[in-house]
Design a binder for this molecule. Structure first.
Ligand code: CAA
Length: 283
């Protein structure tokens, strides 16, 4: 079945980026969130980011207008269920994701593919609660979605080949590159990236370096586009902690122990850019 319409659940930084790239690639996009305000904000962000692409000569003004016209928002989860491909992009919390899938499943058409943009949670476990584990996949975009080339594709134990093939084709139509990862905690990118960030927080915690020296060291010494602490603020410290917890619980190895300083920042509500304060102050 050719995929034409896409339902995105969650209008946060991942959800708006996903809606952006699908609309630009010609898909009809329906964006859903429990917060009407978040949807208004998401559409404004998409508009701004498309405008940035127009300004840099990446896309034409007409492409922007066409993409914006393909995006609609809805507060009704039933509407989302009627699309060809559902992408859950809510917060990195298994209970929240399960609640979303529970509410969508009764309304789904027989052919709809269900996916999660989870950055670490077991696809097999998420799929097992739905009515269609064979049509369920991990569909992991990187932030900022309009810029990052990679999409990780994760098959659960029951995912069938046509579903996998359909998503490979979708990624190609988006102009991105897919990488296939097995269903183990945090898959490939975050299995490597987030422990590196956690290690940088330990380096700060132990006083080996300060925020600026740690970030400068990795930027200038390893050619990373962002330092690890700046990147943590960008991803969200709550997301980084959630991923470390999944690695620690799922792989039962102390090398994945979340740094106590990361835990403390999250407890303080210092979540990075989105809350105005993390390792840096954005206020
Ligand atoms: N939408 C559209 N375009 C955007 C954009 C957005 N949200 N953000 C940046 N851009 C574009 C800019 O317009 C610019 O375009 P040109 O190349 O045409 O000039 C380009 O991206 C670079 O942006 P800037 O010049 O503003 O800034 P920069 O050079 O400092 O790059 C960055 C910004 C792309 C974010 C870069 O710092 C970077 O690559 N950082 C690392 C990002 C990263 O590692 N992401 C993965 C996070 S992990 C993850 O996502 C997985 C997970 O589950 C946690």
């Amino acid at each position: 079945m050719a995929i034409q319409s896409v339902g995105v659940v969650g209008a946060g930084q991942m959800g708006n980026g996903i809606a952006h790239v699908f609309a630009l690639a010609g898909y009809d996009v329906l964006l859903n969130d429990v917060s009407a305000e978040a949807m208004v904000k998401a559409v404004a962000t998409i508009d701004r980011n498309l405008e940035r692409q127009v300004g840099r000569g990446k896309i034409a003004a007409d492409d922007k207008a066409a993409a914006m016209a393909r995006i609609r928002t809805t507060e009704r989860i039933e509407d989302i269920a009627r699309t060809d491909l559902v992408i859950e992009a809510a917060t990195e919390n298994e209970a929240v994701k399960n609640r979303i899938f529970d509410s969508i499943v009764p309304h789904l058409g027989p052919d709809t593919i269900l996916t999660s943009n989870t950055s670490s949670i077991s696809i097999t476990r998420l799929a097992s609660r739905t009515d269609r584990p064979e049509k369920f996949m991990g569909f992991h975009f990187m932030n900022p979605v309009p810029v990052m080339q990679l999409v990780e594709l994760i098959r659960g134990i029951a995912t069938d080949e046509p579903t996998y093939r359909a998503l490979v084709d979708v990624v190609e139509r988006l102009g991105k590159t897919s990488a296939s990862a097995e269903d183990f905690p945090a898959f490939i990118v975050n299995r490597v990236l987030v422990p590196m960030i956690n290690e940088a927080v330990y380096v700060l915690y132990e006083g080996v370096g300060n925020v600026r020296s740690i970030d400068e060291s990795l930027k200038l010494g390893a050619n990373h586009p962002m330092g690890p602490l700046e990147l943590a603020d960008f991803i969200g410290l709550d997301t980084c902690l959630a991923i470390m917890n999944v690695l620690h619980d799922g792989l039962a190895d102390t090398k994945y122990r979340p740094c106590p300083l990361l835990v403390k920042y999250v407890e303080a509500g210092w979540l990075g850019r989105k809350s105005g304060r993390g390792f840096y102050d954005y206020r």
